[in-house]
Design a protein around this ligand. Structure first.
Ligand SMILES: NC(=O)c1ccc[n+]([C@@H]2O[C@H](COP(=O)([O-])OP(=O)(O)OC[C@H]3O[C@@H](n4cnc5c(N)ncnc54)[C@H](O)[C@@H]3O)[C@@H](O)[C@H]2O)c1
Length: 284
């Protein structure tokens, strides 16, 4: 069976980006969220981002029209699950929330549907167990901003089959991505390194080693990272970053204990770009 209908669950930072590349690749894409406002803003994001693509000569007007034509939004997960071939779950990094979404999808989708999650940290074996069909489950880990970042980490759970990995790879490549295959281990490859580097930057900020701007500048110009770790944390979302660190702390030990200043920023509602204020302030 070839994949035609893709369902993306969660229209936040990641889900809207994934739905964008999916619709651009020609999949009939349904983006599902519990919030109408999030769906509206995700559709506007697709309109604006694709318009920028046309203005910069990266997309043709026809490609933009096709993308918007292939992108649908819905608050009805049950209906979306019934007619889908391939699911990408991108709700917040909370185990019980993901469990609930994956169980709902598995109950209403056809048995041969591939179900994936964009989790940054949670075990694919455990998430797969919520679908009752671990053989057809894998983690499909995208990066932010999805339309610009080239990689998808494909992470196998205990029962994930080679056929499932091959289908996830094919869908990723159709979305214009390169893939790596990773075996199950907390934090995979990228989240494990990124969380550690980011946490160290928050510790340095708290200790007064340098200003946020100078920490980021040092890492960009001295170590050749394309973004500073504090800028990146603002882009990822400080709440998402804190959740990842808590999980890695529990699984991998002391070196992942979240820096207190990160917890304080999240408590203050400074979540990064999505709230226009994190480590840095943003105009829009
Ligand atoms: N932010 C990043 O840079 C990044 C990168 C890679 C992976 N991830 C992972 O992607 C996932 C999503 O992260 P995000 O940053 O996009 O989160 P987010 O908070 O920006 O968006 C989550 C969306 O899910 C929706 N939602 C909540 N409950 C729902 C439900 N029951 N059904 C449908 N929608 C629901 C929310 O309304 C929200 O729109 C997480 O697992 C995260 O770890 C995030």
């Amino acid at each position: 069976m070839t994949t035609q209908n893709v369902t993306v669950v969660g229209a936040g930072v990641m889900g809207r980006g994934i739905a964008y590349v999916s619709a651009l690749a020609g999949f009939q894409t349904t983006l599902v969220d519990v919030s109408e406002d999030q769906l509206k803003s995700a559709y506007e994001y697709a309109e604006k981002t694709s318009q920028k693509g046309v203005d910069r000569g990266k997309l043709t007007e026809e490609e933009r029209e096709s993308l918007l034509h292939h992108l649908h939004t819905s608050t009805d997960l049950v209906e979306a699950a019934k007619s889908t071939d391939f699911v990408i779950e991108a709700v917040p990094e909370k185990r019980d929330l993901k469990k609930n979404v994956l169980e709902t999808v598995a109950t209403h989708a056809r048995e041969d549907v591939i179900i994936t999650s964009n989790t940054s940290t949670i075990s694919p074996t455990e998430l797969g167990s919520f679908t009752n069909n671990g053989e057809r489950f894998a983690v499909m880990h995208f990066f932010n901003p999805v339309h610009r970042m080239k990689l998808v980490e494909i992470v196998r759970g205990l029962q994930t089959t080679d056929e499932t990995v091959a289908i996830v790879k094919e869908v990723s490549e159709k979305m214009g991505k390169e893939t790596v295959e990773v075996n199950e281990f907390p934090g995979f490859v990228t989240s494990r390194i990124s969380a550690l580097v980011g946490n160290e930057a928050f510790h340095m900020l708290q200790e007064g080693v340098a200003s946020a701007e100078d920490i980021d500048k040092a890492i960009k110009l001295g170590l050749n990272y394309p973004m500073g770790p504090l800028e990146l944390a603002d882009l990822v979302g400080l709440d998402a970053r804190l959740n990842n660190l808590k999980y890695l702390h529990e699984k991998l030990g002391e070196k992942y204990r979240p820096a207190p200043i990160l917890e304080q920023l999240v408590k203050a509602g400074r979540l990064g770009r999505k709230t226009n204020h994190g480590v840095y302030k943003y105009e829009d």
